[in-house]
Design a protein around this ligand. Sequence first.
Ligand SMILES: [Zn+2]
Length: 137
Amino acid sequence: MIKLFYCCLLALPLRHMVLTSGYGYRVHPVTGQFCFHSGVDLQARHDTLFAVMPGHVAFVGYDRLTGLHIRLASGDFTLLYGHLSQVFVLAGDSVNSYTPLGITGSSGRVTGEHLHFSVSYRQVPVNPLLFLNRLLH
Ligand SMILES: [Zn+2]
């Protein structure tokens, strides 16, 4: 069980949270293979994404799967925002909850625009919805 010790609150990654693909094993929409989805996919249409909690930008970059993406570090947690079209922050920047980080998009391997959001705790993926649920209650 993960214990969260943050007392101050905390934002959602998007203003409107609509889940389009959950965390866990699934048939991949592009490859058709059964594999582990280490995050959640959230419906998005050129939406602003926000830092969920205070921390710093550990990485901003591009790869062919996750597209343009941001990794935020906050204590033992790492939050990843993928498939972006724009990024407003640089590696090393400090962020607070609600700091706008960028704009969603469809970069990388996708079938359409969405935000891929994942959370790991000490390098181990956790279900982002359970994580957010804990933070918000
Ligand atoms: Zn995803």
